[in-house]
Write a new protein. Structure first.
Length: 434
């Protein structure tokens, strides 16, 4: 055999082994990363959606109780009618349409197991009034007084995330239930997006590695043949045999591949922590940061306060001036909040025009005073868009309840925010009077 044939043989053998070592684990990593990442992301998004559905349920209950105070009652023999406080609401679709239009969710008012009012429509555009809920859901509602959340409920021909919120009469009877739904497929598709980016990075790194392996094994094959030649000569007693310096390059090549693999893992660990528009922390990062603050409290007893703020009549800004103006308002408000919270805790974009503020090591009275200071600056801010001055206000709900769970703290702040909204907006609420 010629030296050229030997070098080619060893080069091909090493290339196949190196490619197998690189490609197989990387494909397995991509598959595992995609599966676990998708499940993790979908679970996180489902948790956020559950809070959104619960908020919509509370909003709907408040709207109905405000418009029709009193208890629910079903009357009639043949043509049954659902009454609320003595008023017939059987065809009052605006009770669910208002919240549905604002949130983009599907809402239904259910009596027993039948939808009386609903925003859900069939393929022909007709409302699914008179349709029943799934038997499992019906049985669960019958045996539980609590709200229920389902990750996959078939309604019509489509799967939904569904939240069932019981409506209790003054005598304690549960005659009606609010059903708040969001289609399953859009959230599932949203969960795939970051995973596809990560998988794309893995594929890109894999391509780079294959090219590196191909280029570097060309010299590795030559070095291996020379190493064997040196071994043969040394074994034959040739004291003048010398090892070619190319043999030492093998370690350098493996080091280069190792660096590439580390770079791949480094890129996999990189996560986006900030909101794209405002550059504030996003909701997931805020949850993690709030959990750290709560841990500090548990370890050292340091107080903290949590607030949720909402830009008043933000939809009107978008409808009047356009979404670019709305983005400018969000940026202006974000900058003001960030400026005031910079050394006191952190602020995050909680969703839409809502912001979460955490005041670390601060009692609620001090946090409330700080929020009034922030509100005053927001009131005074002149946001100029295409020559027009836009002025906005905000409503805040602030709480200090460190011994509660994170969800309970957020709910309390949310409740105070809604109370501020109900009482005219443009204010800070730290406690709801009994």
């Amino acid at each position: 055999m010629s030296d050229t044939y030997k070098e080619k043989k060893y080069r091909n053998t090493i290339s196949q082994k190196m490619l197998a070592i690189v490609i197989v684990p990387t494909i397995m990593l991509a598959a595992v990363t995609a599966m676990l990442g998708y499940n993790f992301t979908l679970e996180a998004l489902s948790g956020e959606l559950k809070n959104e559905l619960r908020t919509a349920a509370v909003m709907t209950e408040i709207n109905i109780n405000t418009l029709y105070p009193g208890d629910y009652e079903l009357v009639g023999d043949e043509g049954l009618s659902l009454l609320k406080g003595g008023e017939d609401i059987t065809t009052c679709y605006e009770l669910v349409d208002i919240v549905g239009d604002e949130t983009g969710l599907e809402l239904s008012l259910i009596y027993s197991d039948t939808r009386i009012l609903t925003t859900i429509r069939d393929k022909d555009g007709g409302r699914l009034v008179g349709t029943g809920i799934a038997k499992q859901v019906k049985d669960d509602l019958a045996s539980s007084e609590e709200s229920l959340f389902y990750k996959k409920t078939l309604i019509g021909r489509e799967n939904y995330y569904s939240y069932y919120y019981p409506l209790i009469n003054s005598d304690g009877q549960k005659l009606c239930t609010l059903e708040i739904c969001s289609p399953y497929s859009p959230l599932a598709a949203l969960a795939w997006r970051p995973i596809m980016v990560i998988v794309g990075l893995i594929v890109l790194v894999l391509i780079v590695l294959v090219v590196l392996v191909y280029i570097q094994t060309k010299t590795t094959g030559t070095a291996t043949a020379k190493l064997m030649e040196f071994t043969k000569q040394a074994a034959g007693g040739n004291d003048a045999a010398q090892l070619d310096p190319a043999v030492l390059e093998r370690e350098d090549e493996l080091g280069a591949i190792g660096n590439s693999v580390l770079e791949m893992h480094r890129s996999l660990r990189e996560m986006m922590d900030k909101d794209a528009l405002t550059k504030l922390l996003n909701r997931r990062s805020a949850n993690r940061m709030l959990d750290m603050v709560r841990n500090h409290y548990r370890e050292g007893g340091k107080p903290y306060s949590v607030a949720i703020g909402d830009i008043d009549f933000f939809k009107k800004v978008n409808d009047t001036y356009g979404h670019d103006a709305g983005d400018l308002v969000l940026l202006t408000v974000s900058n003001i909040l960030q400026k005031h919270l910079k050394s006191l805790g952190f602020v995050a974009r909680w969703g839409g025009e809502e912001f979460l503020m955490v005041f670390d090591r601060m009692e609620i009275k001090e946090a409330e005073a700080k929020l009034w200071e922030i509100l005053e600056e927001i009131r005074s801010a002149e946001i100029i868009y295409e020559g027009t001055v836009i002025k906005v206000t905000m409503s805040f709900g602030v709480v200090s309840a460190p011994d509660l769970t994170q969800d309970e703290i957020i709910k309390m702040a949310d409740d105070n925010l809604y109370y501020a909204k109900e009482r005219g907006r443009n204010r800070v609420v730290s406690v709801i009077p009994v």
